[in-house]
Write a protein that binds this ligand. Structure first.
Ligand code: CU
Length: 399
């Protein structure tokens, strides 16, 4: 790290320290203001046209930019914050090293965490988790990181304006990829503020499945808000062929209200520091990977899951009704796998690769086996296996 970078990080660290004690109050005030305005708007909606005409609500309209979409009384910027589990690039199938170019942008979006519960997520490329990056051992990987969606007019943050954002001292974003060998994993080279873009290049030397995340002050807050994703460095010979691959990340979220409390929920820094999440979520929101968005496969197909933990609390990852044929712990995909595993611990900032064959049709649940997290705090996803019944493997017996 050169002197400029050291100074930059030092100044960021200092500004973070200065503002950290006021963050909680600021977030709370934001949530209160937002909910008050939404309540006022809902009241206006119920008014007659006459009453509406008589009501001086100009200030309200100026305070709140027009919504892109609405969900009940809560303004949201995107109808879907969760990344689909099958949203990842296909196997590389190449024998030569290449330059892999990755375009990332940061985007701060209000979205539903569950129906009638909204949250301002901080994201890479508008989804949680960020894009799945795929490279091969020996590749040069070039990361381009823009603060804000390139080419798009800045969408003002109705709650957390960019001015407030800057004043709060966390206007920068960055990326630290655990696949990088180099100081800060790229973070000192990619600190970007509003409108900036920075790039860096690294050689992917170690095959594995890795987490990446934002590393700008206050780092835990950026991560808690959703700024994480995964990068796979395939071994030079590639991975064994499978029929389906899925990308799942567990994240813990800390909200001012309890799980399910309606309205806009700000980040509770107090709960974050106490390590007391209200939500444990797969791919960004409650039921992000259920129903229409469930993981799907057919009997006999080989399934590969890349599962990581972006934020702060380790996962006890389990699929109810499935034994993992192969488990590559701690991202170590070139080591011999553990065989026939029921549940695996995934550390924060780590990932695993799991392989198994779909054997019996039906619905399976992905959970954190610390089960109150699954039943009461959101850590549930669905895997649907279709195909013929397999009575020799699984059947009801009536005596
Ligand atoms: Cu960030």
């Amino acid at each position: 790290m050169n002197r400029t970078h050291s100074l930059l990080l030092l100044s960021l660290a200092i500004s973070s320290t200065i503002i950290s004690c006021s963050d909680e109050a600021k977030y709370k005030a934001m949530a209160e203001k937002y909910n008050a305005v939404q309540a006022e708007k809902a009241k206006h909606k119920a008014m007659s046209a006459e009453e509406m005409a008589a009501h001086p609500d100009e200030a309200l309209h100026h305070a709140m930019p027009m919504p892109v979409e609405t969900a009940g009384a809560h303004k949201i910027d995107t109808a879907e914050i969760g990344r689909n589990a099958d949203d990842l690039p296909p196997p590389l199938n190449r024998t030569e090293a290449q330059l892999v170019s990755v375009d990332l942008y940061t985007d701060e979006l209000i979205a539903e965490m569950m129906p009638e519960v909204t949250y301002q997520y901080w994201t890479y490329n508008g989804k949680v988790p960020g894009p799945f990056i795929r490279a091969r051992a020996g590749d040069q990987v070039e990361i381009h990181l823009s603060h804000g969606k390139p080419g798009a007019a800045h969408q003002g943050h109705n709650v957390h304006t960019s001015a407030e954002h800057a004043a709060a001292g966390h206007s920068a974003h960055s990326i630290d990829l655990h696949a990088v060998s180099g100081p800060g994993g790229g973070a000192p080279l990619t600190q970007v503020v509003q409108g900036e873009e920075k790039s860096f290049r690294f050689k992917a030397m170690h095959p594995g499945i890795y987490v990446y995340h934002c590393a700008s002050p206050h780092v835990p807050s950026h991560i808690a808000n959703g700024m994480y994703g995964m990068i796979l460095v395939e071994p030079s010979e590639g991975l064994a062929k499978v029929d389906r691959e899925f990308y799942v990340m567990q994240g813990d979220f800390y909200t001012t209200g309890k799980y399910g409390a309606k309205g806009f929920q700000a980040l509770s820094k107090e709960k974050l520091l106490a390590e007391q999440p209200d939500y444990f979520l797969f791919n960004g929101r409650v039921n992000s990977l259920s129903g229409e968005r469930a993981l799907k496969a057919k009997v006999g197909e080989k399934i590969r899951l890349f599962v990581g933990v972006g934020s702060h609390v380790a996962s006890n990852f389990h699929i109810i009704g499935v034994v993992f044929d192969k488990l590559y712990k701690d991202g170590a995909i070139t080591n011999p796998p553990l065989k026939d595993v029921q549940t695996t611990n995934i550390s924060p900032g780590s990932a695993v690769m799991i392989e198994f064959t779909a054997e019996v049709p039906g619905k399976y649940l992905l959970v954190d086996h610390s089960l109150s997290r699954a039943i009461d705090k959101g850590a549930l996803a669905e895997l649907i296996i279709e195909g013929p019944e397999q009575p020799e493997l699984y059947q009801q017996v009536n005596h």
